[in-house]
Design a protein around this ligand. Structure first.
Ligand code: AMP
Length: 209
């Protein structure tokens, strides 16, 4: 299964992708995670991306496309993959089409105010990568990872200012993908304001139909 998840920041792409990869046994490709790794390692690419990400903009299509092209050729993608956060522009979608034939595109839709509220309440574990949300998926002990006991951190771009900029970027640059994939007949939409379990069920029902 080759799948794309589209949605504004904090629509629930990462949370749902983690559940879907377990369900279908396919690879999870998050371009945001890949970029954050480059930033953490201090590579040239990471240094180029750092300020763009902090400001809520998009890293250049050229860099992202090269990254994804290499990633989807790895062995763990043979059974399929979920792209989480890519494509984010129509140019990226066109290039992806040259690389693979997608089976489905899922659009997780929610109003801006819901996403902004969720985004500023997100936390994650720097050690094991577990993610939490103070509003609806809190850690058992505030600020501490359930899985490994590490202190939780907040993403630098999950502030109200950067969050607003990222939501604006989504509307301007990524929302056209809904029409793009809709025309191709491979897109379905799920209501991202539902509870996490309900969203997962709706996605699986749509994919297995
Ligand atoms: P995410 O974790 O998906 O919210 O991505 C975090 C940040 O990484 C975004 O706000 C962008 O700055 C950058 N990024 C991630 N994926 C892409 C992409 N496909 N194209 C351009 N920039 C991206």
């Amino acid at each position: 299964m080759k799948l794309v998840l589209i949605g504004a920041p904090a629509a629930g792409k990462g949370t749902q992708a983690a559940r879907l990869v377990r369900h279908y046994g396919i690879a999870h490709i998050s371009t945001g995670d890949m970029l954050r790794e480059e930033v953490a390692k201090g590579t040239d690419l990471g240094n180029q991306a750092k300020s763009i990400m902090a400001a809520g903009g998009l890293v250049s299509d050229e860099i992202i496309i090269a990254m994804v092209k290499e990633r989807i050729q790895r062995d763990d993608c043979k059974k399929g993959f979920i792209l989480d956060g890519f494509p984010r522009t129509v140019v990226q979608a066109e290039k992806l089409e040259d690389m693979v034939a997608l089976d489905h595109v899922v659009y997780i839709n929610a109003p801006d105010e819901v996403m902004l509220e969720r985004l500023t309440a997100r936390e994650s574990c720097p050690k094991c990568g577990a993610t939490y949300n103070k509003l609806f998926m809190p850690a058992k002990t505030a600020g501490v990872c359930d899985a490994c006991g590490e202190k939780l951190t907040q993403r630098k771009d999950d502030t109200p200012e950067a969050g607003k900029a990222r939501i604006k970027t989504f509307h301007e640059q990524s929302e056209p993908l809904v029409g793009y994939y809709g025309k191709k007949g491979i897109l379905f939409e799920v209501d991202g304001t539902q509870a996490v379990d309900e969203i997962t069920k709706a996605i699986i029902a749509g994919l297995d139909r």
